[in-house]
Design a protein. Structure first.
Lengths: 528, 377
């Protein structure tokens, strides 16, 4: 390749990535609006822009127990129907234990579970039959639990319209969810409230209604509520103000456990409604409940908070609808509430890395300052020590930074605080390659080679040393990337990209400058 | 004349000091090992599980560690520590406690308003009753409320930084961290095996173990904490510290190829001296960047910078004072005389070919393989 073409190729590459790097300074509106400015830009990690980073652990064991309890109910019904006598039936430690006294009973229980194909028998205590979910079924149940949690978290937090802007909800592994909420959007306590996917859903017949608790109590002598009743409130979701106070029974008339599905739908006039389904057992209970309470309101209560209290218009068995003057959004909210309460999946925070926006901005300032000072010192040193060649090295270093940031912007990589440290480290390590080359050239010059020959030998002999140095660093950076979590991954990213761009800068950009001057010229001495 | 850090013709007898330097390294390594049972290996919350809260009070607030300690203690936290960040009159504090230190239900003395208690209750996560594998959520908010009530408003209304690692994640990170160090070491060993001959590889490996051992040892001796940032630095050192060794070893090989008869001590000394400028300069420039991070980069990144700085110094030292003497030691012990075993293995021009372990074509002086394995006393 001729020198000219090589120069064009190198300059074009640096300019392309430099363009991406510089475009980071344009505002987001400009980037989107202008066809000339690339849309891609660096993303700032939560440790720099501020925000909450949560790894949520989903307790899927509870989902298994839930499923076993459900099967237990079916088993008991079936055994009772067939007149089979067994002892205790318990769910504990993700196992269903049935105490049996006779061979017939054992046979009947085994036969029943054999039909369902959902359980596997473990242990062989003669008095106690122990079952676990079959591997296939357990996998299904756990997956369902995960989708449930993800569904709710995505709706509450990750939804682009209704959630928290720019937040991310992603699944991590078998039983974890990564939740990232950018800073300033919500405070920590509020965000934590949104994690409560473990809602306890109850259905209760409304016995009385008033606007406030006081007004409700005023209807009864001495403000004493009737026996076995309590007050449940419907609150404004924004302000938490009490909208309505309902007098309901202390005990739930029906719990969410029997609910198998709830989804938004439309009636035949295209008005939004919620369609829900009970399992057969729940259907029987619900039928009895609705039959006795036509015309009354049914409070839908999640975690002691009334979300809706539709009036029962007819007897409902397994399938029903909730209609009203709902908006589509309200209907979808109510469906989430129903679903969230129908399959309770407990969650805990397993890891948190939260940074306030002020500290994030401070970190950026400090990181950029450290980079600027490091860069200035290194440039000053190389220029003094290696003179013209040192200037070449400094130009290459600048090119290196443009390439590094440009590549990261093009791929929309996330820049974290350790990532920023990785860039500073790259600045320090990138010059190493130039030092190795320049020292070799000096040595060759001392051995009375011509400048041209010295440059050529210097670059050739330093090549493998530079490759060695960078290959090992790249290797460890890749290991770190595979292992790393959160912000530390950002260090691995900048370090690995930095290694590649450093090699490019030292071996190609610097060499190109030497090719221009002295190039083929016959010079007496080299400024190095 | 160009400015020279190391003037040509410099001849410092590095190898002659090998007994002193080897002893010094062994002393530091042993001190590190001895310090393990005495000081204990301090693990940060990343590897142990726990909570770290950085709080900054607003300008007019008078805050000191004692007052904060009283509040945290009143809220039923065990084994916590409070340290002031930055200057002695600063309003920034770091509160930490190990995982489970908030399990105690005590803390009725926690200064909270009824509304706050209710808000905490509302946002409480149902743990699922499978042990305290994670935070149920309220401790951090509870402490923030209590600090605001008792001492004064927090800048921004919330803690500046919260890091919580549950015991399960902590032990996973610990296991994965060790694994990543191991994998990185194996990768580098494989690279060394390809890159060096059997003659040079042991020295590189010993230098590598030396660097990681001493850096980690210094952390233990000074009671510094290992966390993810330090692990990242250790991995970076692992990749970086080989550089200087490679520079010197390549030169040794080159010098061996240049002549037929030589004294190994002279060759080693000469090689180290010839490459001294670049050994110092490459480490120096990297050190400048790391020091900039250390001094200017802020508290969060400082542990990384400290580990990096130690690693760079140790790595440079080891390539001069450990890697080269090891070569001498092994040659004298196992290598027969210091015949230029590699001579003629490659054409002079291909001096940087990757492998040099082809058998020498004619040097009869070189002992046979079976003889080489025998220890010479």
């Amino acid at each position: 390749m001729s020198l000219r073409w090589r120069a064009i190729w190198v300059i074009a590459t640096v300019m392309l990535f430099g363009y991406y790097a510089v475009a980071n300074f344009a505002s987001e509106e400009t980037r989107i609006a202008s066809p000339l400015v690339p849309d891609n830009a660096l993303r700032l990690g939560l440790d720099l822009r501020g925000g909450i980073h949560w790894v949520i652990g989903v307790k899927l064991g509870a989902t298994e127990d839930h499923e076993l309890s459900f099967l237990k109910g079916l088993l008991e019904d079936s055994l009772e129907r067939d007149g089979v006598v067994v002892g205790s039936v318990d769910v504990a430690d993700h196992q269903l234990r049935v105490e049996t006294f006779t061979d017939e009973a054992r046979k009947a229980v085994r036969a029943w579970f054999g039909d369902t194909e959902q359980l596997a028998e473990v242990g062989n205590d003669p008095e106690m039959l122990i079952f676990e979910l079959s591997d296939l079924r357990r996998e299904q149940v756990r997956e369902q639990g995960m989708s449930q949690v993800l569904e709710v978290l995505r709706r509450r937090i990750g939804d682009p319209m209704k959630g928290i802007p720019d937040s991310v909800v992603t699944r991590q592994g078998d039983d974890r969810v990564l939740v990232q909420i950018p800073g300033g959007a919500v405070d920590r306590a509020r965000a934590r409230e949104m994690l409560r996917v473990t809602g306890f859903l109850e259905f209760k017949i409304v016995q009385d209604v008033a606007q406030t608790e006081e007004l409700l109590r005023a209807k009864y002598p001495d403000g004493e509520l009737p026996a076995n009743t309590t007050v449940a409130f419907e609150r404004d979701r924004e302000t938490d103000r009490v909208l309505t106070a309902y007098l309901v029974g202390k005990e739930a008339d029906l719990t969410g456990d029997y609910l198998t599905d709830a989804r938004p739908g439309f009636d035949n006039q295209q008005r939004p409604q919620v369609d829900f389904t009970f399992n057969p057992a729940g259907g029987e209970l619900f039928q009895a409940l609705t039959e006795a309470s036509i015309g009354k309101q049914l409070a839908i209560i999640l975690d002691d908070r009334v979300y809706s209290a539709p009036t029962i218009q007819s007897r409902i068995a397994t399938r029903g609808t909730i209609t009203g003057r709902f908006t589509v959004a309200e209907v979808s909210d109510l469906s989430v509430v129903l679903r969230a309460g129908s399959l309770s999946v407990p969650v805990v925070i397993e890891e948190e890395r939260t940074v306030g926006p002020a500290l994030g901005a401070d970190s950026i300032r400090r990181g950029v300052l450290a980079m600027a000072v490091g860069l200035a010192l290194i440039v000053a040193f190389t220029a003094l020590y290696y003179r013209l060649s040192g200037l070449y090295a400094s130009v290459a270093l600048a090119g290196n930074l443009l390439l590094l940031i440009g590549v990261m912007s093009m791929f929309e990589a996330t820049l974290t605080l350790p990532g920023l440290a990785g860039i500073v480290l790259t600045v320090g390590m990138a010059v190493d390659a130039n030092v190795i080359i320049f020292e070799r050239i000096r040595e060759e010059l001392r051995g009375h080679k011509t400048p041209r020959a010295a440059i050529s030998t210097g670059f050739n002999k330093a090549f493998w040393t530079i490759m060695d140095a960078n290959i090992t660093t790249l290797g460890t950076a890749i290991v770190l990337y595979n292992y790393g979590t959160g912000p530390i991954k950002g260090f691995a990213v900048t370090l690995s990209i930095g290694v590649v761009t450093s090699v490019f800068a030292a071996l190609i950009i610097t060499r190109l400058m030497f090719a221009f001057f002295p190039g083929d010229r016959h010079v007496e001495s080299l400024s190095i | 004349m160009p400015f020279e850090l190391v003037p040509p013709g410099t001849h410092i007898d590095f190898i002659g000091k090998r007994r002193i330097t080897a002893a010094a390294s062994i002393v530091v390594l042993l001190a590190g090992i001895v310090a393990v049972p005495i000081n204990g290996v301090k693990l940060g919350i990343d590897f142990q599980g726990g909570t770290e809260m950085q709080v900054l009070f607003e300008d007019q607030v008078e805050a000191d560690e004692g007052a904060i300690r009283r509040v945290i203690g009143a809220c039923g936290i065990q084994d916590f520590s409070v340290v002031r960040y930055g200057e002695a009159t600063g309003r920034e504090f770091l509160i930490r406690f190990p995982a489970g230190a908030d399990a105690n239900t005590g803390g009725d003395a926690c200064p909270l308003t009824p509304e706050q208690v209710e808000a905490l209750e509302r946002a409480k996560l149902a743990g699922g009753g499978e042990g305290d594998e994670g935070e149920k959520g309220e401790t951090i908010d509870k402490l923030a409320y209590a600090l605001i009530n008792e001492i004064g408003p927090l800048s921004g209304g919330e803690p500046e930084r919260v890091e919580f690692v549950g015991p399960r994640v902590g032990s996973e990170l610990r296991a994965d961290g060790l694994k990543s160090l191991l994998v990185a070491c194996i990768l580098i060993l494989i690279y060394i095996a390809f890159r060096f001959t059997a003659r040079f590889a042991p020295g590189a490996i010993i230098a590598l173990i030396h660097d990681i051992g001493i850096t980690a040892g210094i952390f233990v001796i000074f009671g510094l904490e290992f966390d993810l940032r330090v692990l990242a630095a250790l991995l970076a050192i692992l990749g970086y510290s080989l550089n200087d060794t490679i520079i010197i070893y390549d030169r040794i090989r080159e010098n061996m190829e240049l002549r037929t008869k030589f004294d190994l001590v002279d060759v080693l000394n000469q090689s180290v001296n010839q490459t001294l400028a670049r050994t110092v300069l490459t480490s120096g420039t990297t050190m400048v960047a790391v020091l900039a991070l250390w001094i200017l980069g802020g508290e969060v990144i400082r542990p990384f910078a400290i580990a990096m700085a130690i690693g760079i110094v140790v790595g440079t030292y080891s390539s001069v004072f450990i890697a080269s003497p090891t070569l001498l030691f092994l040659e004298r012990r196992f290598g027969g005389n210091a015949a230029p075993a590699a001579a003629g293995a490659a054409a002079p021009d291909a001096g940087y070919a990757v492998r040099h372990d082809a058998p020498p074509p004619q040097r009869g002086a070189r002992p046979s393989n079976s003889k080489r394995k025998k220890k010479r006393r």
